[in-house]
Design a protein around this ligand. Structure first.
Ligand code: HPA
Length: 259
């Protein structure tokens, strides 16, 4: 048979979701199992869940673990990315809750950031960290995968959900929230949103060669950006209001990646 007569074989696609606060098991998918994975970097936050959404197989990992037992600085980001890669993930969609710095991004707003500044410290942030590990200086000019960002944005359009395109994610150490002066500094640096889990996850995905994009949900105005103190109950209200939408967007986006 001539090459041109052969049926096109498409490389297998296996999207993974790394979910943040509030999302610990996708709603509306059919769970098919979970892989307990051990990596050279230790254990991921949880066994990697497998499931199917409308014929698309999806991997799922809640980055804070069950019952939100891992604070942002204690998450083993290296093990999480290595475990997803070991399970065959081909793409990673990250969901992160954030505070809004840019007034155009009030609580309840969804966005797909296009840049990141890393203010975290002391986290296992690279796979190039052992004598036998190949040293990599990966390109990180555009930290998020352009095609995957587009897929997230077009999924929003398909579902008639307004998603802000772009923005700079300032990744802070936590677990405390920032001071007003710290947020003023981030704003001066060009950050539009602030969160505690964006890095080193994005950098590790790049080192691993996994296309990675972030869907961020603003749950509060960042410190000093509103008169009122940042209230947990307000954050929880935004989360419970928006999580069903986030869940639907992420699963549909996985399907679009495979389409
Ligand atoms: N700062 C840092 N991380 C966050 C915030 C915030 O205001 N809100 C949600 N995650």
């Amino acid at each position: 048979m001539a090459d041109s007569d052969k049926p096109m074989s498409r490389a297998r696609i296996l999207p993974a979701i790394i979910a943040g606060s509030g999302l610990y098991e996708p709603a509306g998918w059919k769970a098919t199992g979970a892989d307990t994975v051990s990596t050279p970097w230790g254990e991921p936050s949880e066994p990697i869940k497998r499931g199917v959404f409308k014929d698309t197989e999806v991997l799922f990992l809640p980055r804070h673990g069950r019952d939100h037992r891992l604070p942002p600085h204690r998450i083993n980001y290296r093990a999480n990315i290595a475990a997803l890669a070991a399970c065959g993930a081909t793409h990673v969609l990250a969901f992160n809750v954030v505070g809004g710095i840019n007034p155009a991004l009030p609580a309840g707003r969804l966005l797909v950031p296009d840049q990141i500044i890393d203010y975290t410290w002391g986290r296992g942030h690279t796979f190039s960290d052992a004598a036998n590990q190949k040293l990599q200086h990966v390109d990180f000019t555009w930290p998020y995968d352009a095609a995957l960002r587009e897929t997230l944005l077009s999924t929003g359009k398909r579902q008639d959900v307004d998603i802000h395109n772009g923005g700079v994610y300032g990744a802070t150490q936590g677990p405390r929230l920032e001071s007003a002066a710290e947020i003023a500094r981030l704003e001066h640096d060009g950050c539009d949103i602030v969160g505690m889990t964006g890095m080193p996850e994005a950098g590790l995905a790049r080192e691993q060669g996994l296309p990675y994009a972030c869907l961020a949900l603003v749950v509060n105005p960042a410190a000093g950006k509103s008169e009122a103190p940042i209230g947990l109950s307000d954050i929880e209200r935004v989360l419970s209001e928006k999580l069903p939408l986030v869940n639907a967007l992420l699963l549909d986006c996985c399907r679009q990646i495979g389409a």
